[in-house]
Design a protein around this ligand. Structure first.
Ligand code: ADP
Ligand code: MG
Length: 563
């Protein structure tokens, strides 16, 4: 069979360079990534078999196998899972399909320091490539379950990789790392050492639901051939274990596996429902928003298991779209293993789970605001704009979402405020909650609409997310207080000392009638009305929209939401 050589995509090459000159300080995690991929491949095969979708596949002893060879200095991670076809290898391993990669590399160059880089790498799922942190050559041999031919991929991680079709290959995928030797620059552990392997698997992959077996090293004593492979992980589903038996670290490792993130989550949420419809949920709020959170193709949802059997990734029915950043697992006892997306969409129990999980996430976020203000601030910075979508789309949970929300305000340059705190600070005689939407805090603060409010010391919420235009209209009020835009309609700032009497107003109106008439005439079709206003203190004039009218930004937003 012929071996063909291909060049890596530019982005892939840059990423590999980063791996080789490892910006990531903890190199042990390469094994976690390979075991994680193997586990995914086994999940996929079992699922295909359940659906009678894998003719000819062998699912009798699904497992992950680790094999070391001290003389050859190799470590092999092998699974008998779904495997990859020749085309899949080219698509999945040879290129980086992720469109955000260019942006990632840009950010990475800007991050400069190792800590920043560590964080960024996690966002882009460079899992497989992490092998090049410890290996100067990687070989992957794979055969898709049910196919007869296999594929061999090799690369030294430089500019190129080779591909070759192979006749004989076991079902699944074997990744062999030709380990680098440690040098002064590279503080590498001996990844052929059994205890080192055991330690890493125990630490990072203990919860993996498939057995991870370490094969005995051949040679030395004759007994080696007859010795049994040792299973290194406990395979216990973390969500089914009592809270006090599981360490935070264990939860975090599960998050990294299912969230394809290298960083710890911001918050872990557990939920156990007993009774007629039993399920367990383990949810995670990430500490960073993924770069593609607002794109069409964003894979949302949590994993669905049925009685410990993985059923699907990204089960959208389990959480509403505005909680799409939440990762995790839901394990339901009473669903069929054959459950399809169509069935899930109709299922009453799934809707019940969704309601319960939604409330739990919202109350957890609200709780963070008081129990861990810094973590709450991180949450809000990363996910506030997404959460606010729920104010428009989920009327049932509107109050809970508002209670978990905070907003930039003229009251404090740095600290956002809750609506409750705003109301507490309201001046005597102030009935409404004032806000202004705009591109940025600065743009809003420079707006003439703000002048009177500043002069009179009336607090204004500064709303700069696209969704803000939409939710303020949809929500309308908070605890009986109207939400009022300072840029719309007539504003009557009650409680202002220099309020003019009606007689004075009338007199002023007569004085300016000529000017207003002249302006109305000259501005013609462009305006509806020209009137005197008390909202300005410095600027001579400003443009105001009618209270009930859509602003241009709002019109765009509705269109984007398909409404
Ligand atoms: P991720 O796991 O985040 O998708 P990786 O770089 O770890 O990213 O892997 C890229 C893709 O290559 C995987 O999504 C999967 O489709 C494929 N892949 C990697 N390892 C295996 C494996 N052992 N068996 C089957 N497919 C694999
Ligand atoms: Mg992976």
């Amino acid at each position: 069979m012929t071996t063909e050589t291909f060049e890596f995509q530019v982005e892939a090459r840059q990423l590999l360079q980063l791996m080789i000159h490892s910006v990531y300080s903890n190199k042990d995690v390469f094994l976690r990534e390979l075991v994680s991929n193997a586990s995914d491949a086994l999940d996929k095969l079992r699922l295909a078999a359940l659906r009678d979708d894998a003719p000819g596949a062998d699912v009798s002893d699904l497992h992950i196998e680790l094999e070391t060879d001290k003389d050859a200095r190799t470590l092999t991670v092998r699974d008998n899972g779904i495997g990859m076809t020749y085309d899949e290898v080219t698509r999945l391993i040879g290129t980086i399909a992720n469109s955000g990669t260019a942006q990632f590399l840009e950010e990475l160059r800007e991050a400069k320091d190792a800590a920043g880089a560590d964080g960024l790498i996690g966002q882009f799922g460079v899992g497989f490539y992490s092998g090049f942190m410890v290996a100067d050559e990687v070989t992957l041999v794979t055969r898709h379950a049910g196919e007869t031919e296999g594929t061999r991929w090799t690369s030294k991680g430089e500019g190129t990789y080779t591909l070759e079709r192979v006749g004989e290959a076991p079902q699944g995928t074997a990744v062999t790392l030709h380990l680098k030797s440690a040098d002064s620059e590279n503080q590498l552990h001996d990844y052929t050492s059994a205890w080192k392997i055991k330690e890493i698997v125990k630490r990072y992959s203990d919860f993996i639901t498939w057995p991870v077996r370490l094969l005995p090293e051949p040679g030395e004593d004759d007994a080696a051939e007859t010795r049994e492979a040792e299973t290194l992980n406990s395979m216990k589903a973390l969500w089914a274990r009592p809270r006090d038996e599981v360490s935070d670290d264990e939860y975090h490792e599960l998050y990294k596996h299912i969230g394809h993130d290298w960083r710890d989550p911001l918050e872990t949420i557990r939920l156990q429902a007993e009774g007629t419809f039993e399920y367990q949920a383990l949810l995670f709020v990430p500490a960073h928003a993924p770069h593609d959170l607002f794109t069409q193709g964003y894979q949302r949802g949590v994993q669905l298991y049925v009685k410990r059997v993985f059923i699907m990734d990204d089960c959208e029915e389990l959480l509403p779209p505005y909680l799409r950043f939440v990762k995790g697992v839901v394990d339901a006892q009473d669903l069929s293993l054959n459950v399809s997306r169509e069935i899930l969409q109709q299922d009453r129990h799934i809707r019940m789970i969704q309601r319960r999980l939604t409330k739990k996430v919202l109350s957890t976020v609200k709780g963070l605001a008081t129990s861990a203000p810094e973590r709450y601030a991180t949450f809000w910075r990363e996910f506030g704009a997404v959460l606010k979508e729920g104010l428009v789309t989920d009327a049932d949970n509107r109050d809970a979402i508002l209670a978990a929300s905070s907003f930039a305000t003229t009251h404090d340059a740095d600290e956002p405020t809750t609506l409750a705190a705003y109301v507490e600070r309201m001046k005597d005689g102030q009935d409404d909650i004032y806000y202004m939407t705009g591109e940025s805090r600065q743009a809003i603060e420079n707006s003439p609409h703000m002048e009177a409010f500043r002069a009179k010391g009336v607090e204004v919420l500064l709303l700069t997310d696209a969704v803000d235009e939409v939710w303020v209209d949809a929500v309308g009020e908070y605890e009986g207080r109207a939400l009022r835009s300072v840029a719309k309609g007539e504003i009557d700032l009650a409680g202002s000392e220099d309020e003019k009497s009606d007689a004075e107003k009338e007199k002023q109106g007569e004085e300016y009638a000529g000017l207003l008439g002249w302006m109305t005439e000259h501005l013609g079709e462009d305006v509806k009305e020209v009137r005197l206003s008390s909202r300005l203190t410095v600027s001579p004039a400003c443009v105001v929209s009618d209270a009930g009218e859509l602003t241009p930004a709002l019109e765009n937003m509705y269109r984007a939401m398909g409404q």
